[in-house]
Ligand binder design. Sequence first.
Ligand SMILES: [Zn+2]
Length: 251
Amino acid sequence: MARDDFSSKVKKKLEERAGHTCSNPTCGRPTSRPGPTYDSSVRVGVAAHIAAASPGGPRFDEAMTKEQRESIENGIWLCSFCAHAIDVVPEAFPADALRVMRRDAESRASIRANSNAAIVDVLAAIDEASAAVQNFINGRDIPVESRFRQLLSESHILLKRDETDEEGKRIWDEAGAYLVEESMRLHHSYMTEVSPLVAKALARISEILPPAEQLLLEKLVREAETAQINRLGRESLGDVFIRVRTLIERR
Ligand SMILES: [Zn+2]
Protein backbone atom coordinates (compact mmCIF):
# COMPACT_ATOMS: atom_id res chain seq x y z
CA MET A 1 0.00 0.00 0.00
CA ALA A 2 1.31 3.47 -0.89
CA ARG A 3 2.84 5.41 1.98
CA ASP A 4 2.87 9.20 2.00
CA ASP A 5 6.38 9.50 3.40
CA PHE A 6 8.23 12.69 4.30
CA SER A 7 10.92 13.96 1.95
CA SER A 8 14.47 14.06 3.33
CA LYS A 9 14.17 17.87 3.38
CA VAL A 10 11.10 17.69 5.68
CA LYS A 11 12.85 15.15 7.95
CA LYS A 12 15.93 17.37 8.23
CA LYS A 13 13.82 20.43 9.08
CA LEU A 14 11.86 18.54 11.75
CA GLU A 15 15.13 17.38 13.32
CA GLU A 16 16.61 20.88 13.30
CA ARG A 17 13.44 22.51 14.62
CA ALA A 18 13.38 20.07 17.54
CA GLY A 19 16.99 20.96 18.32
CA HIS A 20 18.13 17.33 17.70
CA THR A 21 16.13 16.24 20.74
CA CYS A 22 13.19 13.85 21.21
CA SER A 23 9.99 15.95 21.41
CA ASN A 24 8.41 13.74 24.10
CA PRO A 25 8.78 15.88 27.28
CA THR A 26 9.09 12.79 29.50
CA CYS A 27 12.03 11.60 27.35
CA GLY A 28 13.95 14.58 25.91
CA ARG A 29 16.79 12.29 24.73
CA PRO A 30 19.32 13.80 22.29
CA THR A 31 18.72 12.10 18.93
CA SER A 32 22.36 12.04 17.87
CA ARG A 33 25.63 11.53 19.68
CA PRO A 34 29.26 10.61 18.97
CA GLY A 35 29.85 7.02 17.85
CA PRO A 36 32.64 4.68 19.00
CA THR A 37 35.15 5.94 16.40
CA TYR A 38 36.18 9.55 15.74
CA ASP A 39 34.39 9.65 12.40
CA SER A 40 31.13 7.98 13.48
CA SER A 41 27.88 9.10 15.03
CA VAL A 42 24.84 7.34 16.42
CA ARG A 43 21.44 8.58 15.32
CA VAL A 44 18.22 7.53 17.08
CA GLY A 45 15.87 10.20 15.70
CA VAL A 46 12.72 9.54 13.67
CA ALA A 47 10.49 11.95 11.75
CA ALA A 48 7.23 10.35 12.94
CA HIS A 49 3.84 10.84 11.31
CA ILE A 50 1.14 12.44 13.46
CA ALA A 51 -1.58 11.07 11.13
CA ALA A 52 -0.36 7.78 9.62
CA ALA A 53 1.24 7.69 6.17
CA SER A 54 -1.06 4.88 4.95
CA PRO A 55 -4.60 3.59 5.65
CA GLY A 56 -4.90 1.41 8.73
CA GLY A 57 -1.95 3.09 10.40
CA PRO A 58 -2.14 4.94 13.74
CA ARG A 59 -4.25 8.13 13.66
CA PHE A 60 -4.81 7.75 9.89
CA ASP A 61 -7.07 10.56 8.68
CA GLU A 62 -8.84 9.79 5.42
CA ALA A 63 -9.93 13.42 5.11
CA MET A 64 -6.31 14.48 4.58
CA THR A 65 -4.75 14.75 1.13
CA LYS A 66 -1.48 13.06 0.17
CA GLU A 67 0.21 16.50 0.29
CA GLN A 68 -1.07 17.13 3.82
CA ARG A 69 0.08 13.69 5.01
CA GLU A 70 3.62 14.22 3.76
CA SER A 71 3.84 17.91 4.78
CA ILE A 72 5.98 19.10 7.68
CA GLU A 73 2.80 20.03 9.64
CA ASN A 74 2.05 16.30 9.95
CA GLY A 75 5.42 15.43 11.47
CA ILE A 76 6.95 15.25 14.94
CA TRP A 77 10.60 14.56 15.75
CA LEU A 78 11.02 11.71 18.24
CA CYS A 79 13.65 9.21 19.33
CA SER A 80 13.09 5.70 17.99
CA PHE A 81 11.76 4.47 21.35
CA CYS A 82 9.09 7.19 21.58
CA ALA A 83 8.26 6.88 17.86
CA HIS A 84 7.55 3.21 18.50
CA ALA A 85 5.50 3.98 21.64
CA ILE A 86 3.13 6.44 19.92
CA ASP A 87 2.30 3.84 17.25
CA VAL A 88 1.93 0.85 19.57
CA VAL A 89 -0.59 2.62 21.83
CA PRO A 90 -2.04 5.31 19.53
CA GLU A 91 -5.05 5.80 21.90
CA ALA A 92 -2.64 7.29 24.43
CA PHE A 93 -1.26 9.69 21.80
CA PRO A 94 -4.11 11.36 19.86
CA ALA A 95 -3.15 13.63 16.96
CA ASP A 96 -4.01 16.86 18.82
CA ALA A 97 -1.85 15.85 21.79
CA LEU A 98 1.07 15.15 19.45
CA ARG A 99 0.66 18.56 17.80
CA VAL A 100 0.80 20.22 21.23
CA MET A 101 3.81 18.03 22.12
CA ARG A 102 5.62 19.19 18.97
CA ARG A 103 4.79 22.87 19.52
CA ASP A 104 6.04 22.75 23.13
CA ALA A 105 9.20 20.87 22.16
CA GLU A 106 10.06 23.46 19.50
CA SER A 107 9.37 26.23 21.98
CA ARG A 108 11.78 24.59 24.47
CA ALA A 109 14.38 24.27 21.71
CA SER A 110 14.11 28.02 20.98
CA ILE A 111 14.47 28.91 24.64
CA ARG A 112 17.52 26.63 25.01
CA ALA A 113 19.14 28.18 21.97
CA ASN A 114 18.42 31.77 22.97
CA SER A 115 18.99 31.68 26.68
CA ASN A 116 22.77 31.76 26.91
CA ALA A 117 23.23 34.43 24.25
CA ALA A 118 20.50 36.63 25.69
CA ILE A 119 21.28 36.29 29.37
CA VAL A 120 23.81 39.12 29.52
CA ASP A 121 21.33 41.47 27.81
CA VAL A 122 18.56 40.41 30.17
CA LEU A 123 20.67 41.07 33.26
CA ALA A 124 21.67 44.48 31.87
CA ALA A 125 18.00 45.38 31.28
CA ILE A 126 17.13 44.30 34.83
CA ASP A 127 19.92 46.42 36.28
CA GLU A 128 18.79 49.43 34.25
CA ALA A 129 15.20 49.05 35.48
CA SER A 130 16.36 48.52 39.08
CA ALA A 131 18.44 51.71 38.94
CA ALA A 132 15.42 53.66 37.65
CA VAL A 133 13.29 52.25 40.47
CA GLN A 134 15.92 53.23 43.02
CA ASN A 135 16.15 56.77 41.60
CA PHE A 136 12.39 57.04 41.75
CA ILE A 137 12.39 56.04 45.42
CA ASN A 138 15.32 58.32 46.28
CA GLY A 139 13.90 61.23 44.28
CA ARG A 140 10.83 61.53 46.46
CA ASP A 141 12.37 63.89 48.97
CA ILE A 142 9.10 65.34 50.19
CA PRO A 143 7.39 62.91 52.52
CA VAL A 144 3.93 63.27 51.02
CA GLU A 145 1.98 61.52 53.72
CA SER A 146 3.52 63.41 56.63
CA ARG A 147 3.01 66.80 54.95
CA PHE A 148 -0.59 65.84 54.24
CA ARG A 149 -1.14 64.70 57.82
CA GLN A 150 0.32 67.95 59.12
CA LEU A 151 -2.06 70.00 56.98
CA LEU A 152 -4.98 67.83 58.07
CA SER A 153 -4.24 68.22 61.78
CA GLU A 154 -3.85 71.99 61.38
CA SER A 155 -7.20 72.22 59.63
CA HIS A 156 -8.75 69.96 62.24
CA ILE A 157 -7.64 72.17 65.12
CA LEU A 158 -8.81 75.28 63.32
CA LEU A 159 -12.18 73.77 62.38
CA LYS A 160 -12.91 73.24 66.07
CA ARG A 161 -12.84 77.00 66.62
CA ASP A 162 -15.82 78.86 65.13
CA GLU A 163 -13.97 82.07 64.40
CA THR A 164 -11.38 80.29 62.24
CA ASP A 165 -13.85 78.16 60.30
CA GLU A 166 -12.88 79.80 57.01
CA GLU A 167 -9.19 79.34 57.71
CA GLY A 168 -9.75 75.66 58.57
CA LYS A 169 -11.61 75.06 55.32
CA ARG A 170 -8.88 76.81 53.36
CA ILE A 171 -6.18 74.57 54.86
CA TRP A 172 -8.34 71.50 54.32
CA ASP A 173 -8.72 72.38 50.65
CA GLU A 174 -5.02 73.06 50.39
CA ALA A 175 -4.25 69.63 51.85
CA GLY A 176 -6.60 67.91 49.38
CA ALA A 177 -5.15 69.81 46.42
CA TYR A 178 -1.62 69.04 47.59
CA LEU A 179 -2.32 65.33 47.80
CA VAL A 180 -3.89 65.20 44.33
CA GLU A 181 -1.06 67.21 42.80
CA GLU A 182 1.62 65.15 44.50
CA SER A 183 -0.01 61.86 43.48
CA MET A 184 -0.21 63.06 39.89
CA ARG A 185 3.41 64.16 39.96
CA LEU A 186 4.51 60.78 41.31
CA HIS A 187 2.41 58.91 38.81
CA HIS A 188 3.72 61.00 35.93
CA SER A 189 7.31 60.60 37.03
CA TYR A 190 6.83 56.84 37.38
CA MET A 191 5.23 56.53 33.97
CA THR A 192 7.92 58.52 32.17
CA GLU A 193 11.08 57.58 34.04
CA VAL A 194 10.55 54.07 35.36
CA SER A 195 7.74 52.30 33.50
CA PRO A 196 9.44 52.13 30.05
CA LEU A 197 12.56 50.54 31.57
CA VAL A 198 10.47 48.06 33.56
CA ALA A 199 8.59 47.12 30.37
CA LYS A 200 11.88 46.69 28.50
CA ALA A 201 13.31 44.47 31.24
CA LEU A 202 10.12 42.37 31.26
CA ALA A 203 10.29 41.91 27.48
CA ARG A 204 13.92 40.77 27.69
CA ILE A 205 13.15 38.40 30.58
CA SER A 206 10.24 36.94 28.53
CA GLU A 207 12.71 35.86 25.83
CA ILE A 208 14.35 33.38 28.17
CA LEU A 209 11.45 32.23 30.35
CA PRO A 210 8.84 29.58 29.48
CA PRO A 211 5.30 31.08 28.97
CA ALA A 212 3.92 29.96 32.35
CA GLU A 213 6.75 31.63 34.26
CA GLN A 214 6.39 34.78 32.14
CA LEU A 215 2.76 35.22 33.21
CA LEU A 216 3.67 34.73 36.85
CA LEU A 217 6.49 37.26 36.63
CA GLU A 218 4.32 39.85 34.87
CA LYS A 219 1.66 39.48 37.57
CA LEU A 220 4.30 39.89 40.27
CA VAL A 221 5.74 43.02 38.67
CA ARG A 222 2.31 44.62 38.04
CA GLU A 223 1.37 44.11 41.70
CA ALA A 224 4.71 45.50 42.85
CA GLU A 225 4.34 48.51 40.52
CA THR A 226 0.92 49.34 41.94
CA ALA A 227 2.26 49.08 45.47
CA GLN A 228 5.22 51.23 44.48
CA ILE A 229 3.16 54.03 42.94
CA ASN A 230 0.76 53.97 45.86
CA ARG A 231 3.75 54.04 48.19
CA LEU A 232 2.50 51.02 50.09
CA GLY A 233 5.63 48.98 49.57
CA ARG A 234 8.65 51.24 49.30
CA GLU A 235 11.17 48.78 47.86
CA SER A 236 8.75 46.21 46.45
CA LEU A 237 9.56 46.61 42.75
CA GLY A 238 13.29 46.75 43.46
CA ASP A 239 12.89 43.54 45.49
CA VAL A 240 11.19 41.80 42.58
CA PHE A 241 14.06 42.66 40.27
CA ILE A 242 16.65 41.46 42.77
CA ARG A 243 14.78 38.13 43.05
CA VAL A 244 14.43 37.74 39.29
CA ARG A 245 18.11 38.53 38.77
CA THR A 246 19.13 35.87 41.30
CA LEU A 247 16.81 33.32 39.66
CA ILE A 248 18.21 33.99 36.20
CA GLU A 249 21.81 33.79 37.36
CA ARG A 250 21.11 30.42 38.96
CA ARG A 251 19.61 28.90 35.80
ZN1 LIG B 1 12.08 9.78 23.19
